[in-house]
Design a binder for this molecule. Sequence first.
Ligand SMILES: [Zn+2]
Length: 463
Amino acid sequence: MNTLIRNGTVVTARDTGKADVLIEGERIKEVRAGIPQQSAEKVIDASGMYVMPGGIDCHTHLDMPFGGTTSSDDFETGTRAAAFGGTTSLVDFAIQGRGTRMRTALDTWWKKAEGKAVIDYGLHMIVTDLAGAGLEDMDDMVREGVASFKLFMAYPNVLMVDDATIFRALSQTAKNGALICMHAENGSVIDIIVQRALAEGKTAPVYHALTRPPRAEAEAVHRAIAMAEIAGAPVYIVHLSSEDALNEVREARYRGVPAFAETCPQYLLLSIEELERPGFEGAKYVFTPPLRPKQHLPKLWDGLKDDNLQVVSTDHCPFCFEDQKVLGKDDFTKIPNGGPGIENRLQLIYHHGVNQGKISINRFVELVSTTPARIFGMYPKKGEIAPGSDADLVIWDPAASHTISAKTHHMRVDYSLFEGFEVKGNARTVISRGEVIVDRGQFLGKLGRGQYLRRAARGGAWK
Ligand SMILES: [Zn+2]
């Protein structure tokens, strides 16, 4: 079927202009002003609307085991919530179990998504063990379209790997063209600070943030980038949260090093005070890295402006307050780490970025869609409005006002990090591979329609 989107303003990472978009089947066929109506069976009027590439969230954790529980959104509820917010692709994380093959983890995560996902999804592989066939497994994963690997410099005895493992992984990607994503915090140092805090009876949620200082993040970012330079590979820092860490990325980029970093709405809009909420409510804001003192926030916005931060993702990893966060009632180290956000990313960054004059609308598209597509090997299939690209589109109503609340959101979690936030600008119609999956607050997509994204190595992080 052909669909014509008429009278809208098409916005890409490059430019903004009045144009119609003709969709043939799952792809975009033509983009220009004045495409005749009779060329399509279905016409969507986009007067007064922006037509943008669908959002790409390259950092989510759906149906993920953590700390004796599992993140509360699975591939059905999580991708559906993403669609409501204008996100049409995501990249989630499969986790290699220690002493097991990566193939096993990939199969497990394919099964989690199969029959459930309503938008397209790719997978990164979390590497926990490179003994045995680890390096061969990395090449095997690249052949399966897993073009990126995440390693942890934090969480000793759980996910943390040593520098030798990180360096071997980086060196392998220098050959196979995949990209290493780094959770950069000095886990060994943090672990000692945490043990001291507990010994002093400091068990409240706020100690989660106070035991993970910004310097522990900056040190790890510095070390990650240095190891990547030595290995001759690019590196991507996930969920960068502090000015200290950003300075390390900036310094490297200034020297021409291919270092990339993302941040998330929570680090741009919330600060450490949230963890000091009365009772146990601060636990809602326990995720890693933690929220930082207020002075870090404008620095991160500056990073988005001057391209020292290239991507905004969510690190969506929801745990319900009532029956999951409560596991850490008497000990902040037992609070499941993570927060929800997959649905609100575009709303928040559009409102606080574009409406408030911090970034242009083109930069917005670049941060939430085009650059993630490039860096993670999905471009120009995703993240672009051009003939041949997938027809993943958001018809965005810049005048729509919306109050974010757990009462109305579609994520399967009993609270919102942004409860009561008022935003202007929201997705009206969301199209995934030519199919309208959300229209004016109605979900129209079919369960399991989302496809696995085989991503290419040597994406936009490589010269
Ligand atoms: Zn994460």
